[in-house]
Design a protein around this ligand. Structure first.
Ligand code: GLU
Length: 435
């Protein structure tokens, strides 16, 4: 068997072309979507705590802004590459269209292992990146957010430096926005720095709402189901917690190092508290308060994907379900909370065994949806309650899930293809008004 080419950018473009052909997308629009509008590669030198200079590479890819300002997260990870960021930016363009928020797509990243830097070094790195990007981003231009290994604190540093640049005497960035509106340059901020209540939970919660809606359509009772979640960061943890509260049995979770499998089901909240205390997941399954859950077993990240569960949730990185292991997965439903966790070949294998995949561009769109609410609150000087945010998110996730479900049934295509059809048609409708 030829080795799979899992270059995410090639994969994403293959998908784009296949769907464009299916729906006779205007070839001019296709050509526009086949390359990003703008690519920024920038070198980021910082002074380390020991006095040495180290230079990192940062990227920002602005893919398309037909629907509104470019929008997308920034990740800090050793694997960050230009092609990965390009794919992730393209996925943001389609994701924003599926969830129906008035944003285009972008993405950024720095090739770095953030765990190897001190807090001071990480802040310096973020400041330099913000300085380099200051003239390319803005509330009405391009709006970064958190992604893998970035968080509200890092978003706060980005905003701080951006504001400094905009307000400095020598500033070349001209803006007529108020101080409050300027904060909309980045979403996923701390609440006291202009962040929205509910943004932290949003990606996991949005995925939960999408899953509940699909289970309802399938006539399945969540309380009869088991789930395994790969990735115990912000997205995976909250998803697991919402599943647990609904009565879905969470039998396995994993972080970047290892996983635990507890057949009787585990409590995500207690597991997280314990992981923080012990420093590792496997230290938890039979220690202290979580010890009441018996028969815990240490597993690898790879094992988790092949567990006998009803629902599998990859919530970490791309390309984890491939031609090699797709046939071994047992779940009937896969909820993609990571971006691009299933390769194209794996997708075909899963379709052959009737695994239902709720695709990333729908399943994890709750994050950018609440990012839009945050942006909107900053721009209009409003503050919404958490209940309000969750209520709006539920409605918007259910509407998007319905749109995708309907097209899937009407055209007899997978949920992934249906999500792409919904997105590309929305983009084409807006694009036609400009041409
Ligand atoms: N990084 C998240 C994603 O991949 C959120 C993006 C945002 O809120 O702009 O969807």
């Amino acid at each position: 068997m030829a080795t799979e080419d899992n270059n995410p950018w090639k994969r994403s473009q293959e998908k784009l072309r296949a769907i464009a052909k299916k729906i006779h997308l205007d070839p001019l629009l296709l050509a526009e979507l086949e390359e990003p509008d703008r690519i920024i590669t920038t070198s980021l030198p910082i002074r380390l705590d020991n006095g040495n200079i180290q230079t990192f590479t940062g990227y920002r890819v602005q893919h398309n802004n037909v629907l509104g300002p470019y929008k997308g997260g920034i990740r800090y990870h050793p694997q960050v590459s230009m092609d990965e960021v390009k794919a992730l930016a393209f996925w943001m363009t389609v994701k924003c269209a599926v969830i129906n928020v008035p944003f285009g797509g972008s993405k950024g990243g720095i090739t770095v292992d953030p765990k190897s830097l001190s807090e001071n070094e990480l802040r310096e790195l973020t400041y330099v990146f913000s300085r380099k990007l200051a003239r390319a981003i803005g509330p009405e231009i391009d709006v970064p957010a958190p992604d893998v290994n970035t968080n509200p604190t890092i978003m706060g540093w980005l905003v701080e430096e951006y504001e400094k640049q905009v307000k400095s005497q020598k500033s070349k960035v001209k803006t007529s926005l108020t101080d409050n509106q300027l904060k909309a340059v980045v979403t996923g901020k701390q609440v006291d720095q202009g962040g929205s209540l509910g943004r932290t939970e949003a990606t996991g919660l949005g995925g939960f709402y999408a899953l509940m809606h699909v289970l309802k359509k399938l006539g399945l009772n969540p309380k009869d189901m088991t789930v395994a979640v790969q990735g115990f960061g912000n997205v995976g943890y909250y998803a697991a917690e919402f599943f647990y509260k609904e009565g879905i049995k969470v039998v396995a979770v994993s972080d970047s190092k290892e996983g635990i499998y507890v057949k009787e089901g585990l409590n995500p909240d207690k597991t997280l508290a314990c992981k923080k205390e012990k420093g590792m997941l496997s230290g938890c399954y039979c220690i202290g308060s979580v010890c009441d859950v018996k028969n815990g077993k240490q597993i690898t990240n790879k094992d988790l994907l092949e567990l006998p569960v009803d629902i599998l949730v990859p919530a970490a990185l791309e390309n984890v379900i491939t031609a090699e292991n797709a046939a071994n997965t047992k779940a009937k439903i896969i909820l993609e909370l990571a971006n691009g966790p299933i390769t194209i070949e794996a997708d075909t294998i899963l379709a052959q065994k009737d695994t239902m995949v709720i695709p990333d561009i729908l399943a994890n769109s709750g994050g950018v949806c609440v990012s839009y609410y945050e942006w909107y609150q900053n721009m209009h000087n409003e503050k919404w309650t958490k209940e309000d945010v969750f209520k709006k998110l539920k409605k918007q996730m259910e509407e998007a899930t319905n749109d995708v479900w309907t097209i899937s049934k009407e055209k007899g295509v997978s949920l992934r293809d249906a999500a792409y059809i919904v997105a590309l048609q929305r983009i084409q409708n807006a694009w036609k008004h400009e041409h």
